[in-house]
Design a protein around this ligand. Structure first.
Ligand code: NI
Length: 241
């Protein structure tokens, strides 16, 4: 929700908000069989993304909504921003890999100057957490913006399985020349996933790669399949790796 701060320092009175959410949503859904609890689900199945949309519709008359974020479990969630049948679905996953930050075109001294400890010759490892967000239009019958099993399979087959337990610099050909910083890994994952996700009828919205508790990178989807040179936005939160 969003709004101006009032004289009491609040956007909204939190107990009023909780009361509305309980009255309009949670008390009705809790311990219910979703397919039968609301008439919205008689035709369109209650997927996470469609449930988020319907919760928005039911709360919007009472609350200044900006976004509904609904977690099916900690590794799958939907975001709905109030735009007709458009929604976002995020799958969270992880892989473990080693890398060395050093350009083959620079001397060891130059690489140490730029990349610090990350340039040490034999590499080091990370447990990478990956969040892939796709955007699409909810199908009015299935309630899905993309087939979840196929989406999961694309991410597993294209990224997780090939990257897991590798030395990125040596095992992934792309990183023979490109230094595998978190930003560059995120860009490469974006480029690998763009077309397979498009073939599922959705579009890749965002790749977030969390390399360590200290740093992560976010890259947004290509504008269209033809704009190979569309700008990538990488947002390292902290440069120390
Ligand atoms: Ni590192």
């Amino acid at each position: 929700m969003a709004g101006e701060l009032d004289e009491y320092g609040m956007v909204l009175n939190l107990s009023d908000v909780k009361h509305v959410i309980k009255r309009e949503v949670t008390s009705q859904l809790d311990f219910s069989y979703l397919n039968e609890v609301w008439p919205e689900f008689a035709y369109t199945l209650p997927t996470t993304e469609y449930l988020a949309k319907v919760i928005w519709d039911r709360l919007a008359p009472y609350l200044p909504l900006v976004k509904i974020q609904l977690f099916e479990h900690p590794e799958l969630w939907a975001d709905y921003l109030g735009n007709a049948m458009e929604a976002y679905l995020t799958i969270s996953t992880h892989f473990s890999a080693a890398h060395r930050l050093a350009s083959p075109r620079l001397s060891y001294e130059e690489n140490c100057e730029i990349y610090g400890k990350c340039a040490r010759p034999h590499g080091h490892g990370h447990n990478y957490h990956l969040e892939v967000t796709v955007k699409g239009v909810i199908d009015p019958r299935t309630g899905m913006l993309a087939d979840l099993a196929q989406l999961q399979a694309v991410i597993d087959d294209t990224v997780v399985e090939p990257f897991d337990h590798t030395f990125l610099n040596k095992d992934i050909p792309y990183f023979a020349e490109v230094v595998p910083t978190a930003e560059n890994i995120a860009v490469h994952i974006r480029d690998l996933l763009h077309e397979p996700i498009r073939q599922l009828g959705a579009s890749l919205h965002k790749v977030k790669l969390i390399e360590s508790p200290n740093n992560s990178a976010e890259v947004y989807g290509l504008v269209s399949s033809t704009s190979e040179n569309a700008a990538a936005v990488a947002l390292p939160q902290l440069a120390t790796v």
